[in-house]
Design a binder for this molecule. Structure first.
Ligand code: HEC
Length: 178
């Protein structure tokens, strides 16, 4: 009997903590109930009109974000060094070939001659990537075409988000030119 009364009173104390939906709870562990955080959709009390969810300050960049410096600097783009220069091993070229065949060959053709399957219907023809003119392009210039687009050719940055893969395509195009 004693035990029953004891359990009942513990239960009563515990349920009393919940003051119902319209009343403030009794705070047993106060520093957990009373937190300085603001909910993501809430307002910062001291700065009435500011939401908790802030936009990042101007010019900040997330840690792994790639920032392409030469979007508006063609001369700089042409001169940018190829981080995979001279890396003509099978893994690099195979990855380059795969991406080229998926993203570039429809227009520039599997051999790079500019005769891809949709080229015939295009008013401005895809560039021949294996003639003497194309051989004179710097690696940076080809990379720039992929990253920012060129003339009527759009950017392929979103299709090929991995920057290294874009350089692998550049190296692969060099093998097509041989
Ligand atoms: C939808 C068709 C199309 C696809 C796909 C395409 N290109 Fe192009 N590309 C073009 C056209 C058209 C031009 C010529 C643009 C102009 O002269 O206005 C061009 C031009 C170029 C040039 C010459 C740039 C310069 O500086 O003169 C390079 C290099 C190039 N493309 C590489 C690529 C690579 C690499 C890919 C694959 C990632 C690719 N292109 C995918 C249509 C395409």
């Amino acid at each position: 009997m004693k035990r029953l009364i004891f359990s009942a009173s513990v239960l009563a104390v515990l349920t009393a903590c919940n003051g119902g939906s319209n009343k403030t709870n009794i705070e047993l562990v106060q520093n957990m109930m009373d937190q300085p955080m603001v909910k993501s959709q809430g307002w910062i009390p001291e700065e009435g009109d500011k939401t908790q969810m802030r936009v990042p300050p101007k010019h900040t960049v997330s840690r792994h974000q790639y920032v392409y410096k030469y979007a508006d600097d063609i001369a700089g783009a042409d001169r940018q060094p190829n981080p995979l220069a001279g890396q003509m091993g099978a893994p690099v070229l195979e990855a380059g070939r795969k991406a080229y065949d998926i993203y570039c060959a429809v227009c520039h053709g599997h051999t790079g001659a500019g005769d891809g399957s949709v080229a015939e219907k295009m008013a401005v023809k895809p560039r021949n990537l294996i003639n003497a003119d194309a051989k004179s392009y710097t690696d940076g210039r080809i990379f720039h075409a992929i990253t920012s687009g060129r003339g009527v050719m759009g950017s392929y940055a979103s299709q090929i988000p991995d920057v290294e893969t874009r350089w692998k395509i550049v190296n692969y195009i060099r093998t097509l030119q041989k």
